[in-house]
Design a protein around this ligand. Structure first.
Ligand SMILES: Cc1cc2nc3c(=O)[nH]c(=O)nc-3n(C[C@H](O)[C@H](O)[C@H](O)COP(=O)(O)OP(=O)(O)OC[C@H]3O[C@@H](n4cnc5c(N)ncnc54)[C@H](O)[C@@H]3O)c2cc1C
Length: 437
């Protein structure tokens, strides 16, 4: 067992548990479309301070790295960030797990894990997000065989409403309900994640993939590598990011794969954004954490000026759903920056967007134009309704709450869990009232 402390900025006050982070940027989410209603954002520097804070605060919610576009993290009570807790990264090589402080970013965890010879099975498009925040909303990467990031959780170390620190382990009765919990059951102080031996990845980008080919050879495209993403602006530019694990055997990029062309220079999936923001491409082998995300930790991910939505559709309806969205191309393109298609494997986590089914994710990076986006979003939701599409909890959607609820077969069980862990609604907010009840 090995423990290290990363260098982190000191707390901003001599009483860190009561710190008010009044910097205006920190009172809103990363995208700037949600201003938190909380009077204060606390940043305790020890788990004991966190326990004390939770026990004596009537209404409180955990805040991660603020990358959600929905109001899932918001509260009119108080917010608490666990980013100031000691930055532990404890590898247990025998158990093949790592226990990390919940507020650490994947990028921080990944580099240290790799240094010790270990890896996580997958990562999202950006390494900037906190582990607890990503897990709480079922954040995913891509890959037919890859479960979302929450599926790597082997144990949660959670501060409950009464301030008690409890550990929930995989296999225990409530565990599958508690991992993707939208902050409803308590404040996660640490997370134990499965690790695998470190691996290298080669990433290539193909230009000019035809949309007809995407529809015709859908399964073949997404089965082509460990992780595949198809990006389209629905106005003529379609590219794919193909990420191959070097350990999966000999692989030579096909210069005319699926009728597309190997890109002659690095690309940024978001039109107009510089390629320097992105992880190395052109087939150069490199560590998993520096290839699986599209964006590099030191740079702005995506465009920075945007809104996002995503719908997770059962894999068997992927092609039909793609067809349904393509009929709206002329409506979508004017308010869109880029759309990304990805896949994720089924899991058993009650509030996961891939609970019980393999999925295709249809993601939209919108222009920052809420009035223009809203009606188009509603049209997409109507087009996807026959396919039981689950909206990403951390992104924007307008699907009616009762429809969202119907799409989660274990919602009643989750409600029961919520009642047990948080009988007085200490961790409640409008978002939970709306979609969970
Ligand atoms: C540029 C960009 C790219 C993105 N790419 C992807 C992607 O590739 N795949 C994908 O699936 N999503 C993606 N997202 C969405 C993002 O991963 C999710 O919104 C995720 O929840 C953000 O994590 P966070 O740490 O910022 O959490 P926050 O947004 O701060 O909080 C999200 C939820 O987590 C809860 N939470 C946070 N910390 C804790 C804790 N310690 N204990 C209990 N609950 C907690 C909060 O209460 C809240 O309910 C992207 C977002 C952005 C801005």
């Amino acid at each position: 067992m090995r423990s290290i402390l990363l260098d982190r900025p000191p707390p901003r006050s001599s009483d860190p548990a009561r710190t008010l982070l009044a910097v205006s940027a920190e009172r809103s989410n990363w995208a700037g479309n949600v201003t938190y209603g909380a009077a204060r954002i606390h940043a305790p520097s020890s788990v004991e301070e966190l326990q004390d804070l939770v026990a004596r605060t009537e209404r409180i919610r955990a805040l991660g790295s603020r990358h959600s576009f929905s109001d899932v993290a918001d509260t009119t009570g108080e917010l608490v960030s666990v980013a100031g807790l000691p930055a532990r990264i404890d590898v247990d090589a025998a158990a093949r797990t790592v226990t990390v402080a919940a507020g650490l970013r994947y990028g921080d965890v990944a580099e240290e894990l790799h240094r010790q010879g270990w890896a996580l099975h997958n990562l999202g498009s950006l390494p900037h997000i906190s582990v607890a925040g990503a897990v709480a909303t079922a954040t995913h990467g891509s890959g037919d065989g890859n479960g979302n990031l929450a599926t790597a959780v082997a144990a949660l170390h959670l501060v409950r409403a009464d301030g008690e620190l409890v550990t929930l382990r995989r296999g225990e009765p409530d565990f599958a309900g508690a991992v993707v919990a939208l902050g409803a059951l308590g404040v996660v102080a640490a997370v134990t994640l499965d690790v695998v031996p470190a691996f290298d990845v080669r990433q290539v980008v193909y230009d000019d993939l035809a949309l007809d080919t995407v529809a015709e050879r859908f399964d073949e495209i997404f089965a082509a590598a460990y992780s595949v993403s198809v990006f389209t602006d629905w106005a003529g530019t379609t590219r794919s990011w193909v990420k191959h694990r070097t350990g999966d055997g000999e692989w030579t990029p096909d210069p005319a794969w699926m009728g597309a062309r190997l890109a002659d220079a690095p690309r940024n999936p978001v039109p107009g954004m510089p390629a320097v923001n992105c992880t190395e491409q052109r087939g150069v082998p490199g560590p998993w954490y520096d290839r699986l995300p599209h964006f590099r930790l030191e740079f702005t991910p995506s465009s920075g000026e945007e809104l996002q939505s995503e719908f997770l559709v059962p894999r068997e309806h992927g092609v039909e759903a793609f067809g349904a969205i393509s009929t709206l191309a002329d409506r979508i393109a004017p308010v869109l920056q880029v759309c990304e298609l990805r896949t994720a494997a089924a899991d058993d986590l009650w509030l996961s967007s891939s609970y019980g089914r393999d999925v295709v994710g249809f993601h939209f990076t919108w222009k920052k134009d809420p009035d223009g986006v809203r009606p188009v979003l509603a049209e997409i939701e109507r087009a996807l309704a026959p396919y039981d599409a689950r909206p990403h909890w951390g992104k924007l959607f307008t699907v009616a709450p009762e429809q969202v609820r119907e799409r989660y077969p274990r919602l009643a069980d989750f409600r029961r869990l919520r009642g047990e862990y948080d009988p007085d609604g200490r961790f409640g907010n409008v978002f939970l009232d709306r979609y969970v009840g």
